[in-house]
Design a binder for this molecule. Structure first.
Ligand SMILES: NC(=O)c1ccc[n+]([C@@H]2O[C@H](COP(=O)([O-])OP(=O)(O)OC[C@H]3O[C@@H](n4cnc5c(N)ncnc54)[C@H](O)[C@@H]3O)[C@@H](O)[C@H]2O)c1
Length: 259
């Protein structure tokens, strides 16, 4: 029996396009891995289970708030059920709430707390619950979802970008601390991905992202899922600690297209 892959932020809300977490869970299940889906949305997890079931695929699910260490520990116990995981994929984040694409001045302290609690502390809580299992198993893989927002200036994203920059920093330190014990910690930093989140992004912003990328389109969540699984299945030591951009050549300066 293969070791399970735990994926946070893996809900699938009925009628919405899949997020990166769900797309990763589906791809991993198709490849024959046992998958454990963790999300704060019970309805979204039921939707994910239904969608996978419709494809003849199984999963375990656990409702948990990644910002709550005890609820994360309980969820990881349920999802692993005595079988140490092969990998954890940290995709949970507050992506669609009042923290993004709004003027910084309109954010209250509670908005900022929530973004840090979920996006940053959430990842730490999940890794902290998984590490003893990885150490007992003699290895494992952590994939952290950052964002290109951490590197590029963008109005309305100060808090979100700050949390994603923190993910990059923690990824580097954890990779340094645990790499010698067989645990590969790496991040991926998507550009613009066609998930439900992008339904909320203003049109002009979406157009700008498309125009300024070599790919000339948004990424599909399934493409990001395949890159995540490439890290899980074939971790590259030279990429440990790095946040690898998956942005289709997005450039804040624009792209020089053929004349
Ligand atoms: N979509 C993009 O364009 C894009 C670009 C760059 C980076 N990312 C990153 O990729 C990851 C996935 O993004 P997505 O577009 O699939 O987002 P999404 O909104 O579709 O999925 C995020 C999931 O996290 C869950 N979640 C929120 N708060 C939680 C909590 N407290 N505990 C547990 N789960 C919680 C949500 O319920 C949701 O299912 C995020 O980390 C996001 O920052 C996305």
């Amino acid at each position: 029996m293969r070791s399970p892959i735990i994926i946070t932020g893996a809900a699938k809300r009925p009628g919405e396009s899949p997020g990166i977490g769900f797309a990763t869970a589906r791809e991993a299940a198709r490849r024959g891995y046992p998958v454990g889906l963790l999300d704060v949305s019970a309805r979204g997890l039921a939707g994910a289970q239904d969608a996978l079931g419709g494809d003849g695929l199984n999963c375990r699910t656990a409702v948990a708030d990644v910002g709550d260490p005890e609820s994360v520990q309980r969820a990881v116990d349920v999802l692993t059920a005595g079988s140490p995981p092969r990998a954890v994929v940290n995709a949970a984040a507050l992506t669609r709430t009042s923290q993004s694409f709004v003027p910084f001045v309109s954010l209250g302290p509670a908005d900022i707390d929530a973004a840090v609690r979920v996006n940053v502390l959430g990842m730490l809580n999940v890794v902290r619950a998984a590490l003893p299992l990885f150490l007992a198993r003699g290895g494992g893989v952590v994939v952290n979802l950052g964002s290109i927002a951490a590197s590029y200036p963008a109005s309305g994203l100060a808090v979100y970008a700050m949390t994603k920059a923190a993910i990059g920093s923690v990824t580097k330190s954890l990779a340094a601390e645990y790499g010698s014990r067989g645990i590969h910690v790496q991040g991926l930093a998507p550009g613009a991905v066609s998930t439900g989140l992008f339904g909320l992004v203003p049109d002009h912003y979406r157009r700008m992202l498309v125009d300024r990328s070599i790919a000339g389109r948004l990424a599909e969540p399934e493409e990001i899922a395949r890159e995540i699984l490439a890290v899980v299945e074939r971790p590259q030591p030279l990429l440990a600690g790095h946040m690898v951009p998956l942005d289709g050549g997005l450039s804040p300066f624009g792209v020089h297209r053929p004349v």
